[in-house]
Structures are given as C-alpha cells and as structure tokens.
Design a protein around this ligand. Sequence first.
Ligand code: NAD
Length: 499
Amino acid sequence: MTEAKTADFYHRRAGTLAIPRDAFIDGAFRPALSGAVFDNVNPATGEAIGTVAACDAPDVDLAVAAARRVFDAGTWSRAAPEERKAVMLRLADLVRAHTEELAVLESIDSGKTIRDCLHEIGNEVPTFFQWYGELIDKTFGKVAPTAESAVAMIVKEPIGVVGLVLPWNFPLLMAAWKLGPALAAGCSVVLKPAEQTPLTALRLAELAMEAGLPSGVLNVVPGFGETAGAAIGRHMDIDAVSFTGSTEVGAYFLRYSSESNLKPVGLEMGGKSPFLVLDDATIDDDLVNFAVTAAFWNGGQNCSANMRQIVDRRVRDDFLSRVLERVKAIRLGDPLDPATDLGSMVSAEHQARVLGYIDKGKAEGARVAFGGDAVKGQAGYFVGPTVFDDVAPEMTIAREEIFGPVLGLITVTSVEEAIRIARDTEYGLHASVFTRDIGKAFRVARALPCGTVSVNAFSEGDVKTPFGGYKRSGSLARDNGAEAMDQYTQTKTIWINAA
Ligand code: NAD
C-alpha cells in the first residue's frame, strides 16, 4: 500500500535528503577556494539546514574558465542538434523522476508550500527543458534575397559563456526559465542562485550531468550578491548576463557591464502590477479566485503579484466581501503540509520588510479589512494574509513593491480613472483586467504599458509566451517563448559570392 503523503511523510522525507553544500564547477562538487561557507536556514522553522560554499571572484574565475574551455572545444556548443535535444529531454525526464526530492529540498530552503513546489517542479520546470530541447532541431536560419551571384545566410550562433543570476522566489523555476534557452542555444553557463535558496540549483547541476551534459557546461556558484554576483557582472570573459531580481540590483548589472566588457544584460525585475475590475465584471468564483491568487500566491513573493486591485465602485462591495470570505479560508502554516496554502516568508529580513510595509499602510490611512498583524505563536518567518481597503494611489503601499501577502483595494468610478491609476507606476510587468466587454478589454490592454496583460484571468502566460517588463520592470530581453533565445544567441551574416 502506498503511504499517504501527509506533512509527516514530507518531514520524514526531508530528514533523508542529501543536502548539497558545495559549489558545482567543471562537473564536480567542490568547496569555495577560500573555504568560506554561509549558513542556510529553513525560514519556516528558523533552524539551520546546513552550510553552503560562499563563492567569490576566484570561484567565478574557475567556473568561467571551465565554461570557456568546453565552449571553445565545441563539445556542447557545436554538438549536433539531435544530440543536444536528447540531453535536454533526458534532463526533463530526470527532473520529473526526482520531483519529490527536489520539491522537499526547495520547500525547506524557501518556505514555499510543498504543494506549489510539487506543481512547479513536477510540471513547469521539466516543460522548460523539454520545450527548448524540442526547439533545437526545429529552428532554421534565413537566406536573404540577393542577386543570383551571391548567397547571403543569416545564422544564429550561441553567444558564448553566460552568467545567470537568480532570485529566491521561484528558485528552480527561474533557473529553468533561463537554462532552457541558454543550453538550447549551445551556451556554457555560470549560474548563481540567490543566497537564500541555493539548494535545488546545485542538485539540478548534478542531474544535468546524469542527463549527459558535458562537464563545464553548467556551473553553479552559490554565494552573495556583492561577491559572487558582482564577479559575474564584472567578468571580462562572460559574454552575456541574464538577471532576475530587484530593480535596484538590475541597475548594478548595467553598471558592471559598462565598467567591464560591455556584455549585454537581460533584466527581469520588480513590479507593482494592477488588477482591474471594471463596472460590468461578473463577480463570480473565478474572478474571486484570480484576485486572491494574484495577491497571495507564493505568499505574494511574486514579481507579477497583482497587489493593486483597482475596482469600480459599482462592484466593489460585492468584490470585497467575496474576497474576504476567501482570504479567511487561507491556511497558513507548515509548508511541508500539503493542506497549507501560505508558507513562510523567505527570511527574517524579508518578514520584517513586509511587516514594515503593513505598518506604513496603516500609518498612511489605509483601512485594514483583514489581518495586518504579525503571526503570533509561530516559529519561523510568517506573515498572514492582509487586505487593505481605502488605499489611495499615492500611498507607499500602492507605489512600492511589497513582495508579501498584501492586497490593496483602490476604488474608482470609471474606466478612465482605472486606466490612469493602473498606468501611474514606475513598473510595467503585468496587469489583469476583468470585463465582459471585449472592446473595453482591448482598450485597457493597449493602454497599459506592461509586458503581459491578462483578460478575465490572472495569467503570466506559459513557456510559449514571452515574459518581461516595460519601464523599470525589465530591459528589452524576454524570458520564455522563442524570444528568450535572443538573450543567448548572436546573429551572423555569411555572404558568399557564388559567381
Ligand atoms: P535581489 O535583486 O536582491 O537578488 C537577485 C540576485 O541578485 C540574487 O542572486 C542576489 O544574490 C544577487 N545580487 C544581490 N545584490 C547584488 C549585487 N550588489 N551585485 C550582484 N548581484 C547581486 O532580488 P531578490 O530579493 O532575490 O528577488 C526579489 C526580486 O526579484 C523582486 O523585486 C521581484 O519582483 C524580482 N523578480 C522578478 C521576476 C521577473 O521575471 N521579472 C521574477 C522573479 C522575481
């Protein structure tokens, strides 16, 4: 008989896991050259999981040298498309086969619920390796129109050694978003996971070797931003960087580039995304589910969280009462319990930051409709779901990214006002709009300067659709879709005089 997968089951599973601790460079685990380590804490308990290698510039140098050697050798970068595809499909299968192990590792490392981890790692992560793997032998170059005396080919080539610098909110998924296209392009990679969540990327590197990825193609250097992250940004032999994280740190990467080798930098950064409910929207279960998910999924630690919920006054009472009903039912607690909806914040610092924003909301006059307090009697770094009503667009909580489980309701009286407030932000990542009028939906979708607009849904798209930000949410780079390949390829013209 198979054992029921309860909290007890996952706790026991956590106890049996091999916890990665070293960097993964040139096909092998090794400590940082300096021997330095940092403590890795389970944020749901505050207890130490173990220590992890604190990599710095010399470790990044070693990783880049390995990545360059294998790139120049062509073992991966010039391997037959079918060969690279086969490795990536095997990697997808290995992730599927190790879903439970990876999900438990990710949950104890991040405080994310086991339910979300199982879903992301069992479904989404392998899809990225599979989809980009499948793309490899289906992507063609171009032949330009010329006189018959010439043939002009336009071909794509891997950009070289790329640095991938990642955030902590979706540790393995963000790794897959970038690794899928980078490996498919034929690049070699130096990947730095966030210091809060280094574990699953390290285990993934081992699985990638098992899948047949040559040594040196994927190197993982855990460590801090100011050391390992900056060393990647400033490295003279890294050809491109793809970064996901805060807008503040994204700006550092532009500076690192300008002060080193002018490497292109792809940036996916913060957001303050709006959720618009127009006067004709039907306030049904679907809409309410989307509203709650948009604000509270992953504890609100989501770059495209729709914290600013801009609702027409004709439907706002109904909207608020139905949202509150759902929010009251959110189960906060042990992330390893499959019944838990809301796990812990990623760290003590982040918990304090989110609580600081909740205090600011109160101080600036927003009305707490639900929650608003620290969670008492709970070990670990938890913040309960909070709903603010009477939020004014100029309040701090309506302008700055909170990255926590907070929903803010802004009441408006017209579509024009909703659009004006939705646009009034320095960010431009995502927006949702709810209406039954297709004309209004298009108008709003066109009017909002952001990378993704969802109509009658809270959806960031999927592997096939590009994801990225306007304004201070991103650069021109996009993750996902065929567009993501642009971050990892160069375009070459080969002009042949055939006369
Ligand atoms: P962060 O910017 O603090 O850290 C991101 C990465 O940068 C980490 O690996 C960190 O170690 C590194 N880093 C930090 N300081 C650095 C420095 N001085 N030099 C070089 N590297 C440095 O972001 P975070 O707190 O890990 O993640 C939360 C942020 O990420 C939020 O703003 C969120 O909106 C954003 N995010 C965006 C997307 C997207 O696709 N647009 C997706 C997820 C998260």
